[in-house]
Design a protein around this ligand. Sequence first.
Ligand code: NOJ
Length: 591
Amino acid sequence: MAPHSTGSPEAPDERWWKEAVAYQIYPRSFNDSDGDGIGDIPGITERVEYLDALGIDVVWLCPVYASPQADNGYDISDYRSIAAEFGTMDDWDALLEALHAHDMRLLMDLVVNHTSDEHEWFQRSRRRDGAYEDYYYWRDGGEDEHGDPTPPNNWGSFMGGSAWTYDELRGQWYLHLYDEKQPDLNWRNPEVRDEIASLVEWWLEKGIDGFRLDAINVISKPEGLPDGSGDTHPTGVELFSHGPRAHDYLRELYDRTFADYDVVTVGEMGETTVDIASEYMGGDGVGLDMLFHFEHMDVDVGPRGRWDPEGWGDWSLPEFKRIMSRWQTQLEAGWNAQYLGNHDQPRIVSRFGDVAERSSAAQQTSSVDDERYRIESAKLLATFLLTTHGTPFIYQGEEIGMTNATFETFDELDDPMMIGAVEDYVAAGKADSPEELRDFWNFQSRDHARTPMQWSNDEHAGFTDGEPWFAVNENYRDINVEAARSDEQSIWHHYRRLIDLRHDEVALVYGEYELLLPDHEQVYAYTRTLDESQILVVLNWSDEPATVDFGHTDGDLDVSDLRVRLSNYDETPSTPGERPLRPFEAVVYRN
Ligand code: NOJ
């Protein structure tokens, strides 16, 4: 770990993972070491010094286990081996060693709501092979009025279509809340829970530092698997999210495994409010340390959710502040995990920052000249991420301001979730062709986050010597790590300075958060206070100048006491509110 302040005597329950800055790696798209066009583990090891130079303490590695890659590794066929395209177990051991040698820790991705259909357990379950018979949810279906077979209930899959697929060999339907190649494990079966505890223990014994727990809110399904209301997406989610035994299962797993190790757990939890979250966390409760909620990810989606192609795009800063502040102040147990993007979300600067519409002429010259405030707004987003309460998770490429890609045709998409949503919409007769939804997928597809990491302006952005598995964003000639590191004013250096600041200022980790100016339409301002230390963060989250007046805020803020600690513009106002903030101006003050 990088050296950290020890905190104040009053600082609550100090832990390494609260003081850490985390970096998420999507291995397929990070760095290819062997020229097959697919990122791999040795490629990550080559970049350990890069992560160290940025100041990273923890790496969260998306799945690298054996997998047919129907969902880029979230479909695991063997939990104790590494996918051949990512390397070998020896490569993985070398990565762990390299990270630990640089005082960085490693979180693995634990995907145990489902396996791959190619996992041996599923293959044996299909054949009703002894104990494996009930490892998954198998049910008989029904018949409709024409005598055609119908699935056991009306639940929908997150990947579109029904959550059930008929298996000829077994002669029954199996449940898959995600892709049909991702059958759901039956956590009701104690032998399944034994298997999960045993694989968790196996990885903990290998010396990892924690897990991110995939889709952990959907592991418990309600008794009898009743039909859903049909008002939610996917149908039935109100029943299978936070199901009746979710707490018991996680508590049991915690007691059997995590409780004995100095590790961190971060649950991925859709459909989660701050009250629900608090119930899952803390050693005296269910045991999770942190969780990724989605409330701020829903701020700009349509009324029927992320995968509905209608009503998306707009968002309001006061609403965003309300959501974030709720989490900053009302989490009763546990700790926030802060993120703005990840491998399932659009690029943050395209979504919450400012990247002007790119004309097709500009695309052809691969220019980024038509951008307006990409650099300033990317730095503002970084400032927010690294100065709020909770462990910040930076997603690969955010540190250089990587943007959304442009996908002209439906065929260019790879993400099964986006493809499923579009196909459902077309099948329902709401659009004549997938291409009608081009704007929607260019806004929301998970593919934006999965274009290869842009390392340099060499061919394929220096990601691979071969043909990349997925097209590199054309703007790599301008937006790349090499260029960013050689420019002291770059987004990359701003991240590095913010990470240093977070390591230096214990108030940024443990300090109390207080929101100022809640209704201001352009400015997000808050304080972080610990004992005598006070930090004020002022963010003009808009492309217009903004005026702020701290004279009318409540609380103990004395702006005359504050000095600029870090800013994303030269010549920042030395006192907050002294003059209007420039577009996307982001300033951290300290007393
Ligand atoms: C959440 C993961 O982040 C996502 O990429 C995956 O498709 C689903 N869970 C299913 O594992």
